[in-house]
Design a protein around this ligand. Sequence first.
Ligand SMILES: [Zn+2]
Length: 184
Amino acid sequence: MDTLSHFVLSVLAGLAVGLHRKHRLEFIVFISFCSVLIDLDHFLVPLGYTTLYRSFHNVFIVFLIPFMLFLLACYLERNRSSDRFQTFFLLLTVMLVSHIIADMVAGPVQIFYPVSTMPVSLPKINIQATDQFLSPIVNSHGVGMAAYALVVFFGVFIHDIRYHQRHKNLNLSEALKHAISDWL
Ligand SMILES: [Zn+2]
C-alpha cells in the first residue's frame, strides 16, 4: 500500500480511537506522520541497504516497542494529570499494527525479522456467490479490512479502559465493564 493511503487511514484510525474522548486533530496528524515513517524501508531497498521491506516492517518495531512504551508511559503518568504520552504510544501502536496489516494485503511481509525471515501474508481467498457475478463476497482485501477494524477497536477499548481508570479511579475489571457499557 502506498504511503499516502497509510497516512489517510492512520488519521481515520486515530479519529476512531479518540471517538469518545476527543483528541486534537494536529495531535492525531502528528502521530499518523510518525507511523508512516516505517515506510523509510522503501528508500532502504533502492539505496541497497536491504533487499526486502523488513527493517521497520516487523512486529518488534510496529508492536512490541511502542506497546512497551505505552505501558511504561501508563506507569510514569499514573499520578499525573496529563496522559499525553500513553495516548501517543497507544495511537502509534494502533496505527503501526494496522499499517503492517494493510501491507500484508498487498503481499508477504517478513514480520518476524530479524528473528526469522519467514514471509507472512493474509490468506488468499476469493468467495463468489455465483460465476455470473464476479465481484466476490469475501476476498483478501475484505479480510485485511476486517483485521484493520479489529485492531482499531482494540485500541478504542484500551483507550476507554485507561480513561475510566484515570478519571473515575476504577480498578481494571470495573473500568473494563464501563468501557463495554459505553458501547452497548
Ligand atoms: Zn509500509
